[in-house]
Design a protein around this ligand. Sequence first.
Ligand code: SF4
Ligand code: SF4
Ligand code: SF4
Length: 187
Amino acid sequence: MARYAMALDYKNCINCKACETACKEENGVLLGAQNHRIWVGTKEIEGEFPLLNISSSNFLPSQCQQCSNAPCQEVCPTNATYYDEHGVVRVDSDKCILCSYCMTACPYDARYVDDRTNTVDKCNFCSDTRIARGEITTACQATCPTKVRIFGDLDDPNSEISEVLRTREHFSLKSYLGTDPKLFYLT
Ligand code: SF4
Ligand code: SF4
Ligand code: SF4
């Protein structure tokens, strides 16, 4: 069974937001919704006009880190949050009682309340849409014009993500917490 993960060549991010829009469209989130599954963090640009230091590494695309040791899953009292067969952390909205324990427990602030269902939602690697259709791509990956995102199976040694993690240095966010994320930022 595949074990899905994503590598991000984040220094190539130009903050175009195409991934945010594609994610909303793919997953039925209202285009104007403030709360959604994916975002691009920005650092303040250094320097004074007109000598601004504008470098692409000012942008840090982020979303649920798909932790292998997920605090959100540990605290969920109804097992609404669970690992699926691909190691993806999912939310069963039928079991979610909106206690918000998971939102508090997540160190990445990756969860939000979905206005449509009044339950908690977050990125699930397009598991209800593309993965369910048998595709091994995500909407954010497919739409990114600068190829920031590489999605695939960690357990397949021939996958692009396995290859890139073998050959390029990378880090995970807040790895000191022991959450064991499956999002990898390429340096
Ligand atoms: S990033 Fe947050 S929501 Fe995602 S698996 Fe980790 S703890 Fe859970
Ligand atoms: S993998 Fe799918 S659900 Fe997750 S951020 Fe990308 S488009 Fe959104
Ligand atoms: S689509 Fe790609 S370049 Fe545009 S904001 Fe998202 S990650 Fe960055």
